[in-house]
Write a protein that binds this ligand. Sequence first.
Ligand code: HEM
Length: 496
Amino acid sequence: VLLEHLDFFIFFLLFVGATVFAWLFFCLFIAFLIYCFYIKYIHMKYDHIPGPFFLGHSPTFLRIMKNDGIVHNKFLEWAETYGPVYRMNILHYIILVVTCPEATKEILMSSKYPKDRFLYKRMFNLFGQRFIGTGLVTAIDHETWYKQRRIMDPAFSTLYLRGLMGTFNERAEKLMDKLSDLADSSTPVPSVLHPLLRCKTSPVQQLAFPQSHRDLSERDSVKQTLPFQFKPKNWPFIDEVRKACRLLRTTGAQWIRDRRTAMQNGDDVPKDILTQIIKTAATEKNMSEEDEEFMLDNFVTFFIAGQETTANQLAFCIMELARHPEILDKVTKEVDDVIGMKQEISYDDLGKLVYLSQVLKETLRIYPTAPGTSREIHGDMIIDGVHLPGGFTCMLSSYAMGRMEKFFKEPLKFDPDRFHPDAPKPYYCYFPFALGPRSCLGKNFAQMEAKVVMAKLLQRFDFSLIPGQTFDLQDTGTLRPKSGVICTIKHRKYKN
Ligand code: HEM
């Protein structure tokens, strides 16, 4: 009897289990069908816009990233094939890549078009740990962003940056000392990039940080996918990244606390961006806890935003100068004329280094270290006669536009004269610092720093590239030279 009941009980359990499973399966199937219809609807809405092919593009992008390729090269290739606006599909998500100067102007110069949630929200957390949060780069809502930008702006004003010339000089001298130790030895400098990365001018960027910090910005979007996180072999990496994130934020909080206390005590504090940020923030009435949290988000933001972009620009610049001796001679002569043997470079000297500015601008045309930006477009738009129904993400690539023949003749030729003061200004096809209200806050800071470092480098050293190295790029979120730019460095003759 007991066995008979047990049979019945097992049968009952199996029956209930099978029914629940069937219902679950049915619901999932219906959800899947609805999703398929939604994708179909999205396709119907956007398929009149030219684009590479009907199926989604995620496999193409994953393949490019896996093979260490540059996604923006694909954007460029498709722009040449499909014209000033084309469509990419990633499941139901639609990205329209725009390489039309008028549309670029309309979209970037207006605050009507917010940054794109899909991409920027991913940087709020890294593997569940708060990272950039809603700092300046990632803030999407206009109010949240504007409140912070207003607080930060004075720390990057020309007036304030002028006062930082001493710091710029001092930090660049430290780099020159490092290079001086390496110069004239028979061993090549493993990478010009490395000493550059270790010698940053802002105190925020001098933060001691474990090796894994470099991975924080690398391929976030791929590494944050579920398949990546589910693989046990990736767990130690994920754990390290989480720890690095936590360390960066707690260090930031400590730095802000210490600096604030020192300021309140009337101590002599360095005249740097951190001090200015705190000073400016303190003048705001009703600083809430949320504001303090934003300040920390921004500490991380500045650490990441200013970390590699300038160093990579300098590395690309050295790479191109070493490949073009006539340009190198011309820019060295300018540095000799303006700076001579002087050690302390003044703000006014920077203004006189016109050709060096051109060289740095041309470097960012071919190698925009932050290669693009994106916006959400909610309303309908017409670009180049194509009707674009609202509800898409717009991708604007300075990399693609900077390398298009229709905007720059012989685009791969490194030619600083394109940026001669008398040459016509590129019309909304060159935006390595983005444009409009969400353009780079650190633009002037970065270019002053770059000029000081380059001027001192040219003043003191001859450098040449070790033959046989690749000039390929590497995309780690920011662009960098794959080889690292391996050089031999010698003191310039007249210095000896
Ligand atoms: C060569 C060096 C640099 C390049 C090429 C560069 C490029 C850019 C670009 C393209 C953006 C727009 C990002 C986007 O739309 O997602 C941006 C934003 C930003 N950058 Fe830079 N950057 C550089 C250096 C710096 C430095 C040194 C700092 C700080 C010290 C900095 C701070 C920022 C901030 C705070 C934003 C966000 C601005 C806002 O939305 O209000 N950048 N940068």
